[in-house]
Ligand binder design. Structure first.
Ligand SMILES: Cc1cc2nc3c(=O)[nH]c(=O)nc-3n(C[C@H](O)[C@H](O)[C@H](O)COP(=O)(O)OP(=O)(O)OC[C@H]3O[C@@H](n4cnc5c(N)ncnc54)[C@H](O)[C@@H]3O)c2cc1C
Length: 394
């Protein structure tokens, strides 16, 4: 397969760049250049082969995509939340699977170790995770508990000098090659705790999940624990209960809201360019009203989402973004991106289904993004609960 030429130009209909700092723009450009150079030429082939491009790990670490907002003393980039968002936007513009790896590493592994971990745990793991020397995974979902993680059956038993961990997690991004896993398990009293499980611990296995039509360039698997002896110092000491994993999800969902925007902008940009070049009935298809309707609606939705997401970033920087606000942005942006991918795919006619263009890959990827980190329906129920004060999901 010939390497694809990446001609991406980002849409900025409402001159949103004027609302970004020079540092934000520099970070965005550096990430974009890296994506154009290292991701776009190879990603289609890896997705077709259903293989995670491991060689990207070094570059991701170098652009600061592992722990962008983790303080520099722990190896992070020490940036603000808008910088984190812009990075996720650019990386998902390349591929949702590559962005998933960053979300897991930053928000689901580094964040809990930073926010809930001991000083020893921070110093032991964070610098290696930031440099990509170590890759992590996050085990919350189980075969029988997806949208309702509080029902989990994975458990730890206090054995005096260690914990004994039993159970299984399913649908875990990065599982097949992770060096460590942040695993959520109930203790004897039914309280949820996070423990750090390391590859090589006896009884810990990570079988890969095959046959995915979506996120094919991201590895997914199970985490299986059969009487795994976890040292006591591997328990995250500073937060327990369901709120602990949900706090990580807030951070990851925030990044996904930005990321989905990137995928949508790539689909729009591709369809816009194609509509000016492809001639049918002696004129570019972009001159037909029906195609203009699609493009006009796409840029309207993208512009609305850009505004929503930047405002959320400002609130996040001030520590004021609520879980429900993040839910709204994740749900809106992923759904918007999925609809744009479907429309853009049609605009490319038969070419839209090929790997010569990124749209079909984005479309299939987004089918996972709309489901993981809280489904489209669950996020709607979170908004419903927030405005009424009444829970409709349990
Ligand atoms: C590619 C991929 C990667 C993933 N990576 C990770 C990871 O790294 N770590 C991790 O822990 N998990 C991960 N997940 C799991 C993901 O978060 C779950 O798939 C998701 O939370 C949904 O759970 P479920 O698949 O069990 O669906 P279910 O919870 O069984 O839901 C099925 C359907 O029922 C609906 N539903 C459920 N409850 C209600 C209700 N109360 N009211 C109305 N409708 C409802 C849902 O919206 C959905 O449409 C990943 C999933 C995928 C596909």
């Amino acid at each position: 397969m010939a390497a694809r030429q990446d001609l991406y130009q980002h849409p900025d209909y409402y001159l949103m760049d004027e609302m970004l700092s020079d540092e934000h723009k520099l970070i965005r450009e550096a990430t974009r250049e890296w994506v154009k150079r290292d991701v776009s030429p190879i990603i289609e082939e890896y997705a077709q082969r259903a293989e995670f491009p491991k060689q990207l790990v070094k570059g991701l670490a170098e652009v600061g995509a592992f722990g962008p907002y983790i303080p520099t003393e722990y190896g992070g980039a020490g940036l603000d939340q808008i910088s984190y968002g812009l990075m996720m936007m650019e990386i998902e513009r390349g591929d949702s699977g590559v962005r998933s790896t960053c979300s897991v590493q930053s928000s689901l592994v580094m964040y809990p170790i930073y926010a809930y971990g001991s000083e020893e745990q921070r110093r032991k793991y964070l610098p290696k995770l930031a440099s990509g020397e170590m890759l992590g995974s996050f085990g919350l979902t189980e075969p029988n508990f997806g949208s309702n993680p509080g029902g989990m059956v994975t458990n730890i038993k206090d054995m005096g000098d260690h914990y004994l961990l039993n159970g299984a997690k399913m649908w875990i991004s990065n599982a097949p090659f992770c060096d460590i896993a942040v695993v959520w398990a109930k203790n004897e009293a039914g309280r949820i705790h996070g423990v750090i499980v390391e590859r090589g611990m006896e009884g810990f296995t990570t079988p890969e999940t095959h046959n995915k039509w979506s996120l094919r360039a991201s590895a997914t698997g199970e985490l299986v624990f059969d009487n795994v002896k976890v040292p006591k110092e591997n328990l995250l000491p500073n937060k327990s209960g369901l709120g602990a994993p949900l706090g990580c999800l807030d951070s990851a969902r925030y990044g996904i809201a930005w990321g989905a925007l990137g995928a949508a902008m790539d689909c729009y940009d591709t369809a816009l360019r194609y509509s000016k070049e492809r001639v049918q009935f002696d004129r570019p298809i972009g001159g037909f009203q029906l195609q203009q309707k699609k493009l006009a609606e796409m840029i309207t939705e993208i512009t609305k989402a850009q505004l929503l997401t930047l405002r959320l970033g400002q609130l996040k920087n001030e520590g004021r973004a609520t879980t429900a606000q993040i839910s709204m942005a994740k749900r809106n942006n992923v759904n918007m991106a999925l609809e744009i991918a479907r429309e853009a795919r049609q605009m490319l006619g038969g070419m839209g289904i090929t790997g010569d263009y990124p749209i079909m890959r984005h479309m299939m990827n987004l089918e996972s993004v709309v489901t993981y980190e809280g489904t489209h329906d669950i996020h709607l129920l979170i908004t419903g609960m927030d405005v009424t004060g009444l829970s409709a999901f349990k």
